[in-house]
Ligand binder design. Structure first.
Ligand code: ATP
Ligand code: MG
Length: 390
């Protein structure tokens, strides 16, 4: 039996004139995500993307899983193909959907016929196959409005297809269709999720991690590389920038009032991220900040942090509860890695009494003993670029 995967596209179908570009991006992202999983033929026709194994090594389970992570696809189903003949289609439906037909109590058949030379209309074919299935599975009730099982038939140019039970795809828009952003990636639970959410809106990400060796360990860096790698299942290949942050943090510790340590440190992160953004053609900075979660996530603290940059800061988790973030982290597969117990630079030199409602000018005064420009240049010069993903 020849199997195929059918992918339904989401919002991109609405995109009018840009539609072609969106489709091309999606196809190219999909081909990348299948890379290394065997040979496939991937094509687009009538709002549906088709994936067909094209060699011995094609692994349809792996391909289905990979396609389920490609943004821009809202529904996927596995289908089987046969010749365009009503009895061949019936036999295939009985065989391919045997388990589903046994499990369901009610069903209906829906046919799409794009090959207009096929001798039956859509309705005639649905009625014929529906009748045959009712006879073969007498427990099944035909239900037009809310059936448990919809048996989909498609009569296309090249073949007829039978499929059922589509599953939800990743949704969103194809990565690369909505610009580039620098995403601040710590080793925590939140920032992999915020990265995911912005990538889902079609944004290509350039992750950056601030690394305070030896206060934070080599294992902490490996953990961030692994988180970035997990994200590439959705985002595709990404350059991860690891920026040395130790000297900046030591200077802050030595020259700034303690209650401002975290705020000054976050301003450095933003300045460096903005410089990387300019270099990478990125038009926004993404963080995993969440209103009220920690001292640096009050409105005043965020204002003082964002006062040093002109790019917009995207904070997709701002209104979520921790529980909701954890649920997302589990779903996208980053949670287990995020909870590995390594320190982040944010937990090095944390003030005992952090300022929670600072004025931006106070924070500016607190950092006035530092040579901000030189420290930023030094960190950028030491940045390591690591390509992650296949
Ligand atoms: P996370 O779980 O993502 O670490 P958090 O709740 O611990 O977030 P903070 O430590 O205050 O919050 O950090 C807020 C945001 O700043 C993070 O979500 C992340 O985007 C960014 N950030 C924090 N530490 C780093 C780091 N070492 N490198 C890069 N970005 C960081
Ligand atoms: Mg953190």
């Amino acid at each position: 039996m020849k199997e195929i995967i059918l992918c339904k596209l989401g919002e991109i179908v609405l995109k009018g004139l840009n539609r072609r570009t969106f489709e091309q991006k999606l196809l190219s992202n999909l081909r990348h995500s299948l890379h290394g999983l065997g040979e496939y033929r991937v094509w687009y026709s009538q709002s549906t993307v088709y994936i067909e194994g094209a060699g011995e090594d094609a692994d349809m389970d792996a391909a289905f899983e990979a396609a389920g992570k490609v943004f821009g696809i809202i529904k996927l189903s596995r289908a089987a193909a046969c010749e365009k003949d009503k009895d061949a289609i019936t036999a295939l439906a009985k065989d391919y959907l045997h388990g589903e037909l046994l499990d369901a109590k009610s069903f209906k058949v829906e046919t799409k016929r794009s090959d207009k030379r096929f001798p039956m209309t859509s309705i005639e074919l649905s009625q014929y196959v529906g009748g045959e299935l009712s006879e073969a599975f007498p427990h099944l009730k035909v239900e037009m409005h809310e059936p448990e099982l919809v048996v989909h038939l498609e009569v296309r140019e090249s073949a007829a297809y039978v499929h059922a039970s589509p599953v939800d795809g990743a949704g969103g828009m194809p990565v690369g269709s909505n610009g580039v952003a620098v995403s601040l990636l710590s080793g925590g639970i939140d920032s992999p999720v915020s990265s995911y959410m912005i990538a889902k809106r079609g944004v290509r990400l350039v992750p950056v991690h601030f690394f305070s060796f030896p206060y934070t360990s080599e294992a902490a860096k490996e953990k961030v590389i692994e988180l970035a790698r997990l994200l590439t299942a959705y985002c595709g290949k990404m350059p991860l920038f690891v920026v040395p942050f130790t000297h900046i943090q030591e200077q802050i510790r030595d020259k700034c009032p303690e209650e401002y340590f975290t705020l000054v440190m976050r301003r450095f992160m933003m300045r460096i991220a903005e410089r990387l953004a300019a270099e990478q053609g990125a038009k926004a900075i993404v963080t995993g900040e969440n209103l009220g979660q920690v001292a640096s996530q009050t409105m005043e603290a965020m204002a003082s942090t964002q006062a040093v940059l002109s790019l917009p800061v995207l904070q997709p988790l701002i209104g979520l509860d921790k529980e909701e973030i954890v649920r997302l982290a589990r779903r996208i597969g980053t949670f287990e890695t995020s909870i590995l117990p390594y320190e982040d630079c944010c937990t090095v030199f944390t003030p005992r009494h952090p300022k929670t409602h600072p004025k931006p000018e106070e924070v500016a005064r607190a950092e006035s003993a530092l040579d901000v420009g030189a420290l930023v240049e030094e960190a950028l010069a030491g940045a390591e670029r690591i390509m992650v993903g296949r």
